[in-house]
Design a protein around this ligand. Structure first.
Ligand code: SF4
Length: 154
């Protein structure tokens, strides 16, 4: 990310916000540093979509984030509730905030059904080789997305 334009959009759980489904955070030292330096804007798409914290774990069903936007897959939570619309609303809001702050890159939490970059959580508890709902939207809108794992271990 050296020489990148700032700020970057980042997953809020990476900077210490307890916004995960289980009420926990997943801080990434490097991403947290960017945030503390004022070079990152933190968003949690699932909270932005109106889902509370803690909330039932959710996963993709029938495909990845790209297929969700094509209407060919969905997101369901552990209780069997379809939360696709909340995930899409949160992704749109994350995109809006990226545009508002001028972010052209995003560092997102790997393996999440929202934020995962090339690996996202499936409803059966496995991981599938696909972007999450937010990562897919940001990528399709020309924002470079990388995972926290790529950022920490380039
Ligand atoms: S991975 Fe994304 S949606 Fe999940 S808690 Fe972190 S910021 Fe929120």
């Amino acid at each position: 990310m050296k020489g990148a334009a700032w700020p970057v959009l980042v997953s809020a759980c990476l900077v210490g916000v307890r916004c995960r489904y289980d009420g926990q955070e997943r801080p990434s030292p490097g991403v947290r540093r960017l945030f503390e330096e004022g070079r990152a804007v933190a968003v949690c798409p699932e909270e932005l979509g109106g889902l509370g914290t803690p909330r039932p774990a959710a996963g993709l069903e029938g495909g990845g984030g790209v297929e969700v936007w094509q209407g060919r897959a969905r997101v369901v939570n552990r209780l069997g509730v379809d939360v696709t619309e909340a995930f899409q609303n949160g992704a749109r809001e994350a995109l809006r905030q990226a545009r508002e702050c001028g972010a052209r890159r995003a560092i997102l939490k790997q393996h999440s059904p929202s934020c995962g970059v090339g690996s996202a959580g499936n409803s059966d508890g496995t991981r599938i080789p696909a972007d999450g709902v937010t990562a897919a939207l940001l990528r399709s809108e020309g924002i470079q997305v990388i995972s926290d794992e790529e950022f920490e271990n380039p």
